[in-house]
Design a protein around this ligand. Sequence first.
Ligand code: SP5
Ligand code: ZN
Length: 365
Amino acid sequence: MLVFHTPLLVLHDPPYEILSGCAQPYFESPDRIALILAALLTTKETATPADTASHFEERRCDWTRDEIAADRELMEAVARVHSRDYLDFLREIYDEWVAEGGSKDAALPETFLRRDLLLEPALPDTTSKGSAIARIGRYSFDLSAPVTAETWIAALASTKVALEALAALRTETPAAARPPGHHATDELCGGYCYLNSAAVAARHFQAERGEGSRVAILDIDYHHGNGTSQIFYDDPSVLYVSLHATPDYPYYTGSKDERGGPNARGFNINYPLPLHTADDEYLATLSQAGDDVVAFDPALVIVSLGVDTYIDDPITQFQITGAAYPKMGELVARLGKPTLFVMEGGYNKGAIGKCCRGVLEGFQL
Ligand code: SP5
Ligand code: ZN
C-alpha cells in the first residue's frame, strides 16, 4: 500500500485555538503526520504473518513552496469546490492582517458575519477587501482555523497529497494529509479545516472520469463533516454518509433529517450516535453505512478517516478501543471498491498512528 505525504504539511502550525472559551494549544498539531507515518512505516520487531501481509510503502512528495503556489492544475481542482473569493481570501488574508497591525502569530476572527445581523441583503464591502478583520469573519465559522503565514501553502499541499494518492490509486491508497478538510465548506474555514481535500478529490475524479461518475464519501471522523455535506448536498452523483457524535461539534448539522437537497434526496445520510458510543454499536452502524454505499454502487469510495473516535482522544467522547480499527478497515474493504483514504481528525498523540495502521491493515486482510 502506497502512503503519500509531503514535508510541507508541517508548515501550518498555529500557536493556539479557542476552545470552550479559553486559548488552548492547537490540537491539530504538525507532529500528527510524523506520528502516523512512524506507525505505518516502522516494521514491528515481532512480525507476525498478518504484519508481513500488510505492507506500507512511503511516497514522499518533495514539492517546493513555489511549486505548490504556482500549480495551475491544483488551483483548478480546488476551484471546482471552493469559491474564487474564498481562495483569494485564504491566499491574501495573512499579509493583509499583518499590514493592518494584527498579530504575526495568526489571523483569527473577532466577529462572524451572520446574515441575520445584516440590515440589507447585500454583503458589506468590508468583507471583500480593505479590512482584514472584517474579511476573516466572513470566511470563518469558528475560532479553530487560525490563518498563519504558511497556512495557504500547507492547505494546498494537503489537498495535493490527496490528489497524488488518487492518481496512484489501484485498490486502495492512503493520503496522510493535514490540515484536514471535512469541516471546510465552499467558502468557510473552521474546525482545523481550510480546503476540503476529500471533496476536491471527488470532483477531480469526476472531471477525469465523466461528470456523472458516482463517488461515495464515507466519513468516519468523530465529528460531522458539515463542509463535505454542504458541498454535495444537492448533488445526486456524490453520496455522503457520515457517522458522528451528537450532540457535539459542529453542533448545528448532522441530524438524520438532513437527507439531501431537492435534486438529491436520499444522497446525504447521517448516522448521529450518542456521545458514549462503544465498539459494537459503532461497528454495527458502520456496517449499515456500508450497505448504503453498496446500494449506491460508486466507482470510487473516499474515506474521510478521522481517528478522533478513539476512547482516549483529548477532545471527544466516544469509547472506541484499538481493537475496533482493524474491523473498520475490514468493513470498508468489504465494499469491494477502489478506496482513497484521506486523513481528517485524531488528536491523541500516543494512539493516532496505531489507529490509522489498524484501519489500513484491516482493509488489507
Ligand atoms: C477535523 C476535526 O476533527 N476537527 C474537529 C474540530 C473540533 N473543534 C472543537 C472541539 C470542541 C471540543 N470541546 C471539548 C474540549 C475539551 N478539552
Ligand atoms: Zn473530528
